[in-house]
Design a protein around this ligand. Structure first.
Ligand SMILES: [Zn+2]
Length: 219
C-alpha cells in the first residue's frame, strides 16, 4: 500500500491508517537478503561509527523515501545519536532522522518512508515511528533491555494503536552489536584508568603532605 504525501486531510489520513492496518506484518525473521536493505543499512552503520567518534553511543539511522509511482528510492535523511552533544534525552538517531525526513518532505507523515536503524528502537522511538506513520523499518541488533519492537514491547504491531509499521529485524546484527560492544568496552577501560589515575594523584598529595605512609599499591 503506497500512500500519497499530498493527502493532508485528516479523514483521508484515517482511511490511510485503516489501509495500512491491512499490511502484512513481518514476523521479525532475523534477516533480509535484499541488496538494497543491506546497502542502506551500511549507511546507517556508517552513521553509527560517526557517533562513536564523537563519544556518543553508536546508533545510526537512515530514512529512504520510496516514490509511490516509480518505486524509486531516495535517501532523505541520515542521523546518529546525539544525546551527549545536544544534552537532549530525546536526541536518538531515529527521532533526529524522522525530524529531518519530515523537513525534507515538508510533511510530517512518513507513509512512503522506510527507516533503517542499527539498533532496535526504544519505546520513545517506536512511539515516534507510529506517530510519523512510517511504512516499514529495518533494524540491526535487538536491544534486550530496551527494545520496543519485539524484545520487551511490540509497539509497531500493537493492534490497539492507530497505525502498524512492518519490520525486519537482525540485518547486519553482528556488525551493529559489535559497534556497541566495542564502544562500551572502551568506555569501561577509560573509566577504570581514570579512576586509577585519580587514586594515584590522591596518594601523591597525601604522601607529599606526610599524611600517609602506606604503599601506593595498597590503595
Ligand atoms: Zn530510541
Amino acid at each position: 500500500m503506497i500512500l500519497s504525501k499530498q493527502e493532508k486531510n485528516l479523514g483521508q489520513d484515517r482511511e490511510q491508517d485503516k489501509e495500512q492496518e491491512k499490511l502484512p506484518l513481518d514476523n521479525g525473521n532475523d534477516f533480509s537478503t535484499a541488496e538494497s536493505d543491506k546497502f542502506y543499512m551500511d549507511i546507517a552503520i556508517n552513521q553509527a561509527e560517526q557517533a562513536a567518534k564523537q563519544g556518543e553511543v553508536p546508533v545510526g539511522a537512515v530514512i529512504v523515501y520510496e516514490d509511490p509511482s516509480s518505486q524509486e528510492k531516495q535517501i532523505i535523511a541520515q542521523a546518529y545519536n546525539l544525546r551527549e552533544t545536544k544534552h537532549d534525552p530525546c536526541a536518538h538517531a531515529e527521532v533526529i532522522a524522522m525530524q529531518r525526513a519530515a523537513q525534507a518532505l515538508g510533511y510530517w507523515r512518513l507513509h512512503e518512508c522506510i527507516l533503517y536503524v542499527t539498533l532496535e528502537p526504544c519505546i520513545m522511538c517506536a512511539g515516534a515511528i507510529i506517530n510519523a506513520r512510517v511504512k516499514h523499518i529495518v533494524y540491526g541488533c535487538d536491544d534486550p533491555k530496551a527494545g520496543a519492537v519485539r524484545s520487551i514491547y511490540n509497539i509497531l504491531s500493537d493492534e490497539r494503536l492507530n497505525h502498524r509499521t512492518s519490520f525486519i529485524a537482525g540485518l547486519e546484527a553482528k556488525r551493529c552489536a559489535k559497534l556497541l560492544k566495542d564502544f562500551f568496552r572502551a568506555r569501561r577501560l577509560e573509566n577504570k584508568q581514570k579512576s586509577k589515575r585519580q587514586k594515584q594523584n590522591t596518594y601523591q598529595v597525601l604522601k607529599k603532605n606526610s599524611l600517609i605512609s602506606i604503599p601506593n599499591d595498597e590503595l
